[in-house]
Write a protein that binds this ligand. Structure first.
Ligand SMILES: *[C@@H]1O[C@H](CO)[C@@H](O)[C@H](O)[C@H]1NC(C)=O
Ligand SMILES: *[C@@H]1O[C@H](CO)[C@@H](O)[C@H](O)[C@H]1NC(C)=O
Ligand SMILES: *[C@@H]1O[C@H](CO)[C@@H](O)[C@H](O)[C@H]1NC(C)=O
Ligand SMILES: *[C@@H]1O[C@H](CO)[C@@H](O)[C@H](O)[C@H]1NC(C)=O
Ligand SMILES: *[C@@H]1O[C@H](CO)[C@@H](O)[C@H](O)[C@H]1NC(C)=O
Length: 453
């Protein structure tokens, strides 16, 4: 039985939201006008200005004390996440004090909307465990977190909890997402008529999770996803999405945050108990998953751009490679027994293998041109993984051999730093440095960027 624990103080939030719903329903436009007047009153404006001042001050402090804020994604420099691998007393203490400040100032209001938008889907156990379950995990973690505020007036961000991935097809078990657009639009209708906050910012300080192949475009096939585009009402909002590329893409907008796909942390922990990171790894290069021998032409597109087919054709008979095409329940132990784990694109560039590999200490071999990886400002991806171009499959074997002879142990040492796997896993309750925490850190960072511009 699953239920989201609403802490006792949660009651307060419930009343706050009910008050808004109630007053609007009963008195129609009149009360809304009052609300809006209230939010444009001099006291309110003073309050907002004061808040901005505090933010500015905080941001200044952070800019001088938190080195990673000054870097763009491509240059790595020591940051809190890596401080354990590169210890230095000075940077450590700086990192620690700024870490608590980063989230200390942040306040997120979590909308309490009817269960049909979220909790009702939890009747199916799979809803909180499958690949797209970050929509549940982040909501759950926020409800219990210190950054949650029950007063929407003091919130920096508003989280809208809509679960769209749990309508599992009775035919193939995959999540059917045909209803996603309607469900989200209906949730936005509700909050924008019951609260003043959506209209105030046109949704730009509102957060949604879209953990699908192509984020808020809600379709598995890229051409259809692009045609449909991001759900209209979400165009200005902040989307937490697994999809990310380094170039302009219609399904990725300015304020999207790339998050890791969901892998249950318990499953990783229990695998690691039996197969420790530094244990014997008897598989050189591993891949298990959909790999068509003769890829189907689906309206002009081939699954994985046929990259997986090339891998299969080139290395199926190579003794260094352990390639399997069918599901197997011991899949995680295979990763834990492998040195290199191939992470080729599927329909979309991202893959759950990336998280599983890092979490289980197998060096991810990323084969997905242009992919944007989660939390690139704190995870030194170039030092914990390998990237092979899609057209370079012919050289994959020799690249891996070369690395095994030269810098493998260095990559493994970086990869096995516990902060790496912590950053990619979502816990029921936020832990410092975990995936939800990284999302909040990114939001705090974005907030500062907006305010200092
Ligand atoms: C769930 O998906 C099915 C199609 O697989 C659809 O017929 C049904 O309406 C969806 N349910 C909801 C609540 O949207
Ligand atoms: C927000 O704007 C919409 C569309 O203009 C309107 O229908 C709605 O009543 C507004 N909400 C509030 C709380 O005023
Ligand atoms: C794939 O199918 C499309 C039509 O759906 C066709 O135009 C295209 O030539 C096909 N491509 C290949 C490589 O067979
Ligand atoms: C390891 O070696 C490979 C191949 O020379 C290189 O591409 C990669 O950047 C190196 N990785 C690290 C972390 O030094
Ligand atoms: C990453 O690798 C580069 C090049 O080897 C090195 O200069 C840098 O210190 C490394 N950083 C981390 C965190 O591993």
């Amino acid at each position: 039985m699953v239920h989201l624990n609403i802490p006792t103080k949660g009651r307060k939030g419930f009343y706050v939201s009910m008050k808004f719903l109630h007053s609007n329903n009963n008195r129609h436009g009149r009360q809304k006008d009052n609300n809006i007047k209230r939010y444009s009153s001099p006291q309110y404006i003073f309050y907002r200005c004061f808040k901005w001042f505090v933010w500015f001050f905080l941001s200044f402090y952070l800019f001088i004390s938190f080195p990673s804020f000054k870097n763009n994604n491509h240059h790595y420099s020591p940051s809190p996440l890596s401080s354990s691998s590169y210890p230095s007393i000075k940077s450590r203490s700086l990192a620690e004090s700024s870490e608590s400040d980063v989230l200390g100032g942040l306040k997120v209001y979590v909308y309490e909307i009817p269960e049909k938008y979220n909790k009702v889907w939890l009747k199916n156990e799979r809803c909180k465990k499958h690949l797209f379950a970050s929509e549940v995990a982040i909501h759950r973690a926020l409800l219990e977190s210190d950054v949650r505020t029950f007063d929407p007036n003091e919130a920096d961000f508003f989280f809208v909890p809509v679960y769209v991935s749990c309508n599992f097809s009775t035919i193939n078990g995959f999540p059917a997402i045909g209803h996603a657009r309607d469900l989200i639009s209906s949730a936005v209708d509700l909050i924008s008529t019951s609260f003043p906050f959506w209209n105030r910012s046109r949704g730009s300080d509102h957060i949604f999770v879209a953990s699908h192949d192509f984020g808020a475009c809600f379709h598995t096939m890229e051409n259809v996803a692009i045609e449909d585009g991001i759900v209209e009402v979400l165009r200005k909002s902040i989307i937490l999405q697994t999809f990310g590329v380094k170039y302009n893409h219609p399904c990725q907008q300015g304020e999207s945050v790339v998050i890791p796909p969901y892998i249950p942390p318990q499953s990783v922990r229990s695998t690691l108990e039996r197969w420790p990171l530094d244990g014997h790894r008897d598989i050189f290069a591993f891949f298990r998953g959909k790999m068509e021998v003769n890829p189907k032409n689906v309206s002009g597109r081939f699954y994985s751009k046929a990259v997986r087919t090339h891998i299969w054709r080139s290395y199926n008979n190579d003794r260094r490679f352990y390639l399997k095409r069918h599901r197997y329940s011991g899949y995680q132990s295979e990763i834990a027994r492998s040195v290199f784990c191939l992470c080729p694109l599927g329909w979309a560039p991202w893959s759950p293998r990336l998280v599983e590999s890092v979490a289980l200490g197998c060096v991810p071999v990323i084969i997905a041109d242009g992919i944007r990886l989660p939390f690139e400002d704190v995870i030194p991806w170039a030092n914990i993984s390998l990237t092979v171009a899609e057209h370079d499959i012919v050289n994959l074997g020799s690249i891996l051999d070369h690395v095994a002879r030269t810098n493998l142990s260095m990559i493994q040492r970086n990869l096995w730093d516990p902060s790496m796997r912590r950053a990619l896993l979502f816990n029921d309750q936020i832990q410092k440095g975990d995936a939800t925490w990284q999302v909040l850190r990114t939001l705090a960072h974005n907030k500062l960027r907006v305010l200092t511009q």
